[in-house]
Design a protein around this ligand. Sequence first.
Ligand code: ZN
Ligand code: ZN
Length: 879
Amino acid sequence: MKQYGVNELRRMFLEFFESKGHLAMKSFSLVPHNDNSLLLINSGMAPLKPYFTGAEIPPRRRVTTCQKCIRTGDIENVGKTARHGTFFEMLGNFSFGDYFKDEAIHWTWEFLTEVVGLDKDRLYPSVYVEDDEAFNIWNKEIGIPAERIFRFGKEDNFWEHGAGPCGPCSEVYYDRGEKYGCGKPGCTVGCDCDRYMEIWNNVFTQFDNDGHNNYTELKQKNIDTGMGLERLASVVQDVDSIFDVDTVRALRDKVCELAHTEYKKDEQKDVSIRLITDHIRSATFMISDGIMPTNEGRGYVLRRLIRRAARHGRLLGIEGKFLAKLSETVIEGSKDGYPELDEKREFIFKVLDQEEEKFNKTIDQGLSILADMEAEMEAKGEKVLSGENTFKLYDTYGFPVDLTKEILEEKGLSVDEKGFQAAMEEQRVKAREARAVTNYMGADATVYDQIDPKVTSAFVGYDSLTAESEITVLTTDSELTEALTDGQSGTIFVKETPFYATMGGQQGDTGVIRSENGEFEVQDTIKLRGGKIGHVGRVTKGMFKVSDQVTLEVAAKKHADTCKNHSATHLLQKALKTVLGSHVEQKGSLVTPDRLRFDFSHFEAMTPEEIEKVEAQVNQEIQAALPVVTDVMDIEEAKKTGAMALFGEKYEEKVRVVSMGDFSKELCGGTHVANTSQIMVFKIVSEAGIAAGVRRIEALTGDGVFAYYKNVEEQLQEAAKTAKTTPVNLTEKIEHLLAEIKELHSENEALKSKAAKDALGDVMDQVRDINGVKVLAAKLEGVDMNGLRDLGDQLKEKLGEGVVVLASAVDGKVSLMATATDGAQKKGAHAGNLIKAIAGLVGGGGGGRPGMAQAGGKNADGIDAAIAKAAEVAAEQMK
Ligand SMILES: [Zn+2]
Ligand SMILES: [Zn+2]
């Protein structure tokens, strides 16, 4: 068998599947695109998920890739054995609802035996225990004897992640021969030793699991395969492990060369050699995808890999920085499949150098402080480093906590993790409280202060909405960075930009920045000290690094709308001066794509006529199609032309004077339409006072006006619909309705007073004479307290002098009132006491003055008794 190299095998695989109608796609970035469930791409299938779920349409239904992958779940064991690693390449062929088991199995066999030339007698397929279909293909079609096909259960040969698509697998094992075996009886496919190595796995995505293990056949069945490239190479090259295959061995040898040592001479050193070999591969690939060493997320994974490698370099006695040198060997070995490594070589070296240097500075100090802490622990007989000390090392000396743990573990000591986390959280809370106002979209106010003051940006957007330029500075939300990658938010600075930065009331531009490798959505553009223009936004695809050549493109429609609104403010200012008088001065303005706002000095509200006049004048100047011309001149010269300037504003030596025909001339750095006719139309939507002597106008132009009228029209339609008429007849309809309401209202009043009189009925018959005073105590039907008081007054009038007691119930709620005239009071009548004496009978309480009192109650059944008692009490009072 020919001992193909890693690069040869990769090419052979991709070409083989291309010959079977597959589209060979470039490896996807290690940074997952639009997928928050993953930190790093960890399988060939991961970046293809949208094609499997149907969220995106694949470029072809047959695809093949060799995908760079990183898995850090076993990072603690990397180096300790030759089996573990964080970086690997995965070969795969995929079918999105196209071919299925039959083709997949045949091609597996064809590639392994005919293309690579593996010995058929050493290959053993396995299938899922219930998958007779796959078994029969291997047995009857390929011709493998039944006893050489292994049937495994769910845990080995069924791919499933909770609910959703799932299916059986079929693996292929290779017998590497007795020299790799454990020699135990029963050593066969499935044994833990290194003899039978799984090299290929086909997943037949065939079922849908409803979440309760009820399986239904999928309409669109998929094929998802995976084969570790380094593992295949170790079989083909008949070497011990992935650390011995050609490209990886070259790197391993380079590590040995730098450390002046040899592999397999000293077990302790081998651990470090393998660890460095693995980690520098991961780090090189991660940096090439724009990941930067930081303290969180994938950036932290990278920092940890680099720092672990650097430290093990020290353990091997390597002096000075060495990671970039190793990275060069990684690039040489892998650039065949990953040309981006070669393109970014200088950048990769720079990032590795910087991080290694940072680490070297902290490590000596950290190690010596950790040594002191260890001595202290030993003196006290402690085995666990306190959380406080661990945090101190991390926070004050920048010593990574994983490193502290590793160093202590080597000596049988450990770290108080909980204590460390608690100290960390405390710090986080403090930092949050202490953080001054974050200035922009969460960015620390200080991040822009770290930029070299020599960096400046030129605005070239007066004449063009696109430009080519070079990235000078990149920042994340909190720090300067060499690169930004997919999904990260940050700020891009370039030498020349067509993006207008928020200034003079005009809102900054939005748009997109593109490079060969990435796309950045500009959400805002900001002006910073020292003439710097920052493009704030988010990487939506790929990556960006400092010095990249980029194309900047302003969102044209929004920009055009902003220009219309800005030019309109100039016309508005002049129109206001004309209509209201020369005392009008600009006090502020805001210009966005959607609207404009203009604040000005004026001492009273504008009348509707004034507003109409101003609006009409602006529209007249729009229709006059005045050319908008900008002249750059000295400030003194500009003032002589009579151009309007902002009082108290500091201007540069050279200023821009924007003229609109002979109508308006203003000092202005903003962007404008070329001719006033482009504004189309102008509409004031509000005018109001915002401070003493300052008014604010809000207005719209162009499409904004049409949108405004469309909205008004819709509201009118809605109102007409509600009133069951048409917009034209709406006013008439409302007048009718109002008249009808008025009529109904007076009718209602008349009915109410009639009802009260009816309730009064013949109560006057019940008037009694007690000691020469007329007393009326009566029960009425359905009258509330207000009604009772009205009636009481009427009755008192009819009686002349006397006492009136009325009771009534509405919905079970009882109202009682009593009133006594002055004459009656002189004879001893007291309304308050009277009420007090009878309220209990209706289950309530109350009281009042001698002339007037009232009470409420809940017991309507007691009204008759209360009325009867009222007469008795009145008689008693006037005895
Ligand atoms: Zn074995
Ligand atoms: Zn202006």
